[in-house]
Design a protein around this ligand. Structure first.
Ligand SMILES: [Zn+2]
Length: 303
């Protein structure tokens, strides 16, 4: 990766933070509006039949709003995100409905350490016997059940993290290789996962993007428990923009039109709707704009 955090920080120091961010701002033109479904929306409340996305990747999340992803291999399976503890039985059922065994999950990964993504880690680790991997910054929060997060968020059952992964590390199981990309901001250890998938003889770069969303009631600038949050977000947006991504997935369905793409896929679309490089770039621009708007508000309010 050619862009490093120190590059961004050095650039910001050199030209001043406000000007630096104005440069980022000029690069961002939102073309989509991504709205979180309301609390009563079926995407949050209704169970979802599991389905194959492509290659050996399956959607096993209990809700469209709360994805969990299963990569299967002849040597066992990899599960990314367990969502809420109370949804674990439904995830287990989804995996079994597809004909796979939960006991064959060998590795459990996380997008980030929030209750709606790792709340079920402790239960799923116990049920499956899988090894849990996480970045150091998020592992601390997962193991505390959310108590050590820098914001006041929901808590969950603390879960053991068996191994710490580094930025850029490749996690291998069978024929599957997943690469961890640290994209901090939403959490300190937020991890975007990439791999290469195949469909009809073609290879595609796939990304499961970690949280690039600012939380509504959270202060971006001057957060005493995360003082470089603005720089970390800027670095992550810069990093995500240069990732080669054909197949765009994320950790909430509305980020990548999961509902519509699933319907297209199940209705027999000629091309797999999850191949969406433009949607990926549009989503980054949308969230970067939201970040910059907040930053401008907070900086101008502090003047
Ligand atoms: Zn989150």
């Amino acid at each position: 990766m050619s862009i490093t955090l120190s590059d961004v920080l050095a650039g910001c120091r050199a030209i001043g933070q406000t000007l630096c961010l104005a440069v980022f701002c000029s690069m961002a033109t939102a073309q989509v509006v991504l709205e979180s479904p309301s609390v009563n929306d079926p995407q949050r409340t209704e169970p979802v039949e599991p389905f194959k996305i492509m290659d050996d990747l399956y959607f096993v999340g209990a809700r469209l709003h709360l994805p969990s992803y299963l990569f299967t291999t002849p040597e066992g399976h990899i599960l990314i995100d367990t969502t809420f503890d109370e949804l674990v039985p439904e995830i287990v059922t989804n995996i079994e409905t597809l004909g796979f065994s939960v006991e064959d999950i060998k590795l459990m990964l996380a997008s980030h350490a929030h209750h709606d993504h790792v709340g079920g880690h402790a239960s799923m680790r116990e049920i499956s016997g899988a090894m849990t991997l996480a970045t150091a910054a998020d592992a601390d929060v997962i193991e505390s059940g959310g108590k050590t997060d820098f914001r006041d968020r929901g808590l969950w059952t603390p879960a053991v993290v068996d191994r710490i992964i580094e930025d850029g590390e490749q996690v291998r199981l069978g024929n599957r290789v997943l690469t961890a990309h640290l994209t901090p901001g939403h959490t300190k250890g937020c991890t975007t996962w990439t791999t290469v998938v195949e469909e009809q003889g073609e290879q595609y770069d796939l990304a499961i993007v970690c949280g690039f969303r600012l939380n509504t009631n959270e202060r971006l600038v001057g957060n005493p428990d995360f003082t470089d949050m603005p720089q970390q977000f800027a670095w992550s947006f810069a990093r995500l923009k240069v990732l080669p991504v054909d197949v765009f997935l994320g950790v909430h369905g509305y980020w990548f039109d999961l509902k519509e793409k699933r319907e297209q896929l199940l209705s027999g679309s000629d091309t797999n709707p999850f191949i969406d490089p433009d949607g990926y770039q549009q989503a980054i621009r949308f969230w970067e704009d939201a970040y910059l708007d907040r930053l401008r508000q907070e900086l101008s309010a502090g003047e």
